[in-house]
Design a binder for this molecule. Sequence first.
Ligand SMILES: Nc1ncnc2c1ncn2[C@@H]1O[C@H](COP(=O)(O)OP(=O)(O)OP(=O)(O)O)[C@@H](O)[C@H]1O
Length: 306
Amino acid sequence: MIEVTHLTKRYRATTAVDDLTFTAAPGTVTGFLGPNGAGKSTTIRAVVGLERPTSGSARVNGQSYADLRAPLQEVGTMLDGRNAHPGRTALGHLLGLARSHGIARARVDQVVELAGLGSVVRRRVGTFSLGMGQRLGIAAALLGDPPTLVLDEPVNGLDPDGVRWIRHLLRALAAEGRTVLLSSHLMSELAETASRVVVIGRGRLLADEDLRSLVAATARAGVVRARASDPAPLARALERGGATVTMPESDLIEVTGADAGSVGALAAQLGLTLHELSTVSGTLEEAYLGLTADAVEYRTGTETAR
Ligand SMILES: Nc1ncnc2c1ncn2[C@@H]1O[C@H](COP(=O)(O)OP(=O)(O)OP(=O)(O)O)[C@@H](O)[C@H]1O
């Protein structure tokens, strides 16, 4: 469990995080998103004890990070995949971490296996690709078998296979009852992995919602698209029934206020053959762009003014 409560962090003139409150709950992958400079990294750094809040608090499993007796066993973190010394082997790095935290060698072998690092574990970290470095970061985060995980951009640099691997891994870890807080700029990936999303902009909370309801609330979600050689009679009939219809293409109508079933039934009554009948589902990207439009405009404005 991660509890961020009225967290504020100021650096001289910059307020990086501004009275931010949210909870990342056990059993859930919580996506953490926001435009560049929104305050995500600062928040995450406060959660893992690398920043001291100006006011408010960030607690992990009910305690502030500094009070955790065995941090690696409480919260696994991956803030930068390349935090291992380049001259050490991956195995040396993990063994060193394990030894300093009283973690058994068998667990090192387990996480090596889990991260798919078996064939490269004796190589020096300096020779690792970005993706291998990310896998090593994840292996290190999992070493203490922690109930809580905080991962900053973990899919950065991973190939499609790696992206899929991490998606399954994080979902499985949440299904075991763990808390997973995950920041990423890859909307499609977050949409596949997270079930809850926290969106921030300019250090402030913009949304803390179930992913599905956030996406379902986007402007175009629920719009029905119907394609026919001449959809005009269908459009008129739908409008008579109270629906709103636009015709973006000569053979396509988009309908608000009627579901696909009734559009299809009406087309059948009119003897029209439909070539397409679909319901638009919103995307996380649309929801995100709608939420953060102001935050991004603000940033652009200040940058231009400089
Ligand atoms: N050590 C620091 N000193 C001064 N300002 C800082 C410091 N760290 C962050 N900031 C500022 O705080 C704001 C939030 O930065 P932060 O890195 O938390 O954003 P972010 O959401 O993680 O961005 P990105 O998506 O680009 O990683 C930015 O304006 C940044 O310039």
